[in-house]
Design a protein around this ligand. Structure first.
Ligand SMILES: C[S@@+](CC[C@H](N)C(=O)[O-])C[C@H]1O[C@@H](n2cnc3c(N)ncnc32)[C@H](O)[C@@H]1O
Length: 263
């Protein structure tokens, strides 16, 4: 699969305060140095869509008393928006030390001192077992898929990294906790991974967005039913969300590497 020009369809006004030109290749997203360098100069970039587009789904699924862990917060405003909606027991995490440092100062300068910010690799989460009601990620696990190759049959190395992340998420969730994954990844590619038999969670999803659909997965720990599909049942889900030209510049580069088998 070829990389596309990073600034295709870029609209400098679409994500204010950011540069919307991505790296030369989507594989760069796997490089931790890239993120540190990027966050040194970038103050805010919101991947996929901002909170207003999926707030209704958050409100339907997260109680304000929940303890929430965000994976790969970057310089997103997701945690601030959750805080404004009343969720104060929140831990943001990212692999990038620069993202963590800048997020810490940003939150303190705004007076959101209850929100903790921790440097953490999602592949090896440094948290006790069963300590969060909710784990949430937006576009973070998508990074793991940029070198997946054939999305129907991802490389073993990609699968191992995804499973390490899911193992950790499953472990840190309380017995009735939920994992929310907000992503470009379509159900026929995500289900075989999310529904591995070793996990006890159930899987459901919603979509949001206009022409292009983004996916909002909800995995409920301890709620797996025996009749739920476990393994890859190809082509059962409708192939939706193909209006790629509606994606903003960098999202386009990202998505073409995480589950678009058209090339
Ligand atoms: C595509 S950005 C998404 C940022 C943010 N969630 C948003 O919605 O705007 C991916 C984020 O994942 C972080 N990241 C990449 N690899 C990671 C890892 N192994 N563990 C934790 N965070 C990681 C990057 O530093 C970056 O902040």
């Amino acid at each position: 699969m070829e990389s596309r020009p990073a600034n295709r369809n870029s609209d400098p006004n679409s994500n204010p305060g950011t540069n919307s030109v991505g790296p030369p290749s989507a594989l760069t997203y796997l490089d931790p140095h890239y993120w540190n360098e990027r966050f040194s100069s970038e103050e805010h970039y919101e991947w996929l869509k901002d909170y207003s587009h999926f707030q209704h789904l958050i409100k339907a699924n997260i109680k304000i008393s929940s303890s929430v862990l965000e994976l790969g917060c970057g310089n997103s405003q997701l945690c601030e928006e959750l805080y404004k909606d009343g969720i104060v027991d929140m831990t943001c995490s990212d692999l990038s030390s620069v993202a963590v440092e800048k997020m810490q100062s940003r939150l303190l300068s705004k007076g959101y001192k209850e929100i903790k910010v921790v440097q953490a690799d999602m592949l090896d989460l440094p948290f006790n077992s069963e300590c969060f009601d909710v784990v949430i990620e937006k576009g973070t696990m998508d990074v793991l898929f940029v070198d997946a190759g054939d999305p129907w049959n991802p490389r073993q190395e990609t699968v191992s990294k995804v499973m390490a992340t899911l193992d950790g998420v499953h472990r840190v969730l309380k017995p009735n906790g939920i994992f929310i994954s907000i992503t470009f990844g379509q159900p026929h590619f995500r289900r075989p991974l999310f529904m591995d038999p070793k996990f006890t969670w159930s899987m459901e999803y919603d979509t949001f967005g206009d022409g292009f659909h983004y996916f909002f997965y909800i995995l409920r720990k301890g709620k797996r039913r025996n009749d739920e599909k476990e393994k890859d049942e190809k082509c059962k889900d409708p192939s939706i969300s193909m209006y790629q030209d509606e994606l903003e510049g960098e999202d386009y580069l990202f998505r073409t590497h995480i589950g678009d088998d058209e090339d």
